[in-house]
Each structure stands twice: as structure tokens, then as C-alpha cells.
Design a protein around this ligand. Structure first.
Ligand code: NAG
Length: 312
């Protein structure tokens, strides 16, 4: 009896050690996405937009089973060609916000390793293919800039719109945007996070408010290399949307700080390209990860109760 209890306890400890990082929650159907962003509409339906030609759209009624719906721009997006450098190239890392019965979508056009990049804005009341209003260019960069205009993310605080963006170069930036046009409302740019390690590989910023802190999530290291990808999700926090952000050890995010939230574990390789959504069961982390057959949607709940987000 004593032995059985001891044996059970050992199994429990062993199993706990093996479960140091929980896997993604269950998702089924067409989940082959990259750089996902998730919105929930006023009927409770979930919408995932992701990188692809025309920007891919998927929906789900239960946050588990996903169906591909089509693309945002079924007739092409020729206004992005000068940034993708091709005709009807893939559009990157969209960011959706649903409010007032509308979807607000930011997305980027660029090519690998180039600062010839731009962020665009679109709106829709249904989210469906072909329903989108093209609100055009938001901001762009060239080799004359010291940052890169991709990976947009909108955060609204006290009715004021802020757009975070950036990838490599001098890292993650913040600009104010107009709530009526979605375009920059000032030319001032604030630096939020930067690192020098690994060629300054930091991108995919998302700012999420929980309690009295703003949390800045980024993806470090390298995406897009299948199971050789080294992406990992990092975080810092600040009491102000414009920073300064520090990690859990107190290191400024502008000096290379960033606490690990989720990295490669088990058969989940290179998680990143993340978004956060406040759902009924709490904050949700949405990301992609790689397996030998492609990149897939990962969804986990996050627990902020310690003051720092923990994947659950
Ligand atoms: C803040 O975090 C707590 C603890 O995880 C959670 O219960 C609450 O729903 C979160 N609120 C938002 C807006 O994310």
C-alpha cells in the first residue's frame, strides 16, 4: 500500500516534469496558418486572419473547429505590389480588432529582409471575402528609415488608438493613430523594444492590457524555416502603453530584455507570430508553430494572476 502510494507519487512527479509546458489547446479542421490574429464578432463567432495571398480568413463557432472561408481580397490587392515586389504577393501578419459591429484590419506588404514595406488598413461589417473596404496606406518605410513597417498591432486605450509595429533593424515602434481613419495622427514615433542579439531579431509585437499593466509580447529569433525555426514568444510590461517596458528581471525591453512565455517544446517548434484576445474564459494566446508538415494554429489560455503571463 505504502509502495503503491509512493509509486503513484513518483509517476505524478514524473508526469508533472514532462508537462512543464502545456501543448496547444485542441484545434481541428483547417488550421494551417502563419501569423494568425483572432477576433470574436457580436454573434460569438471566431475569425482568424493570417498571412497569405489576399490574407487568409478562417472562422469557428467554438474556437476548436476551424473552416477556411476565403481571402480578404479575392480580386487581388494591386496597391501592395510595389512593396511585395511581385503581382498579388502574400500579405503578412494581419491584425484584427472587432468593435462597434465592424472588423478593423491592419496588414503588411514587404519581402524578406527588405525595408521597402508598408502597412495598410481595411474595414468590414461581416469579415467575409469581398466585403472589405480598402482604406489604403497607413505608413511605409524604405532603406532611409531605421525600422521596418510590418507586423502592425492596434491597441485602444481610453479611446486613443496606438499602432505598434516593427521587425529587426531598431526593433518595435509605437505611433498614435486616428480612430476615424486608422492612419497616423502624429509623426512622433516611440521605441518600445530592441535587441542586438541574433541580428536584432524581434518582431510580431502585440500590446495587451491586463489589470494595471500593459504587456508587450514579441517574437524573438527566426521564423519561416519549418522545423529549423527558432521563434519564441517574449514579454515585458509597463504601466503606460508607450513604455518603458521591462521584463521580469527588470531589464528594459529597449536593452534586449524579454521574459520567455513560450518557446520550442516537445513537438511544437518555433511558436510565434502571436496575437492575444480577451475571451469569456480569460486571455487567449493565438500563435503559429511548425511541424514537419507546415505551420499550424496554436491556442492557449494565459494566466496573468502572478502579474506575468503563464501559458495554461
Ligand atoms: C486578466 O488576467 C486575469 C488572470 O489571468 C484574468 O482572470 C482576467 O480575465 C484578465 N483580464 C483581461 C482583460 O485579460
Amino acid at each position: 500500500m505504502c509502495c503503491i502510494i509512493l509509486f503513484s507519487a513518483l509517476i505524478f512527479i514524473f508526469a508533472s516534469a514532462c508537462q512543464a509546458v502545456v501543448g496547444p489547446g485542441k484545434v481541428t479542421g483547417d488550421t494551417a496558418v502563419h501569423d494568425p490574429t483572432m477576433c470574436k464578432d457580436n454573434t460569438g463567432k471566431y475569425w482568424v486572419f493570417s498571412t497569405g495571398v489576399g490574407i487568409e480568413i478562417r472562422s469557428s463557432t467554438d474556437r476548436i473547429a476551424f473552416t477556411r472561408v476565403g481571402v480578404v481580397w479575392p480580386n487581388g490587392a494591386p496597391w501592395t505590389d510595389q512593396y511585395t515586389g511581385t503581382s498579388n504577393g502574400a500579405l503578412w501578419a494581419p491584425d484584427c480588432t472587432y468593435m462597434n459591429g465592424q472588423f478593423y484590419l491592419y496588414y503588411a506588404a514587404s519581402s524578406f529582409g527588405s525595408q521597402n514595406s508598408a502597412i495598410f488598413f481595411a474595414r468590414s461589417s461581416t469579415g467575409l471575402p469581398g466585403s472589405w473596404t480598402n482604406d489604403g496606406l497607413v505608413t511605409s518605410t524604405s532603406s532611409n528609415n531605421n525600422y521596418n513597417a510590418i507586423d502592425p498591432n492596434l491597441i485602444i486605450e481610453n479611446g486613443l488608438w496606438y499602432l505598434s509595429l516593427g521587425s529587426f533593424w531598431t526593433g518595435i515602434k509605437l505611433m498614435s493613430a486616428s480612430s476615424s481613419t486608422g492612419k497616423p495622427s502624429s509623426s512622433s514615433i516611440t521605441s518600445l523594444a530592441q535587441r542586438s542579439a541574433n541580428n536584432g531579431a524581434i518582431e510580431a509585437s502585440v500590446i495587451y492590457k491586463n489589470g494595471s499593466f500593459f504587456y508587450l509580447f514579441t517574437s524573438w529569433d527566426n521564423c519561416c524555416q519549418g522545423t529549423s525555426s527558432t521563434y519564441n514568444i517574449r514579454v515585458g510590461r509597463s504601466s503606460s502603453v508607450a513604455g518603458p517596458y521591462v521584463d521580469q528581471s527588470g531589464v528594459a525591453l529597449t536593452s534586449g530584455g524579454g521574459t520567455l512565455v513560450l518557446g520550442t517544446h516537445d513537438n511544437i517548434v518555433g511558436p510565434g507570430g502571436q496575437d492575444l484576445l480577451a475571451d469569456n474564459d480569460g486571455p487567449i494566446l493565438v500563435y503559429h508553430y511548425y511541424t514537419s508538415s507546415g505551420s499550424f494554429l496554436g491556442i492557449n489560455r494565459l494566466d496573468f494572476s502572478s502579474g506575468w503571463p503563464v501559458v495554461v
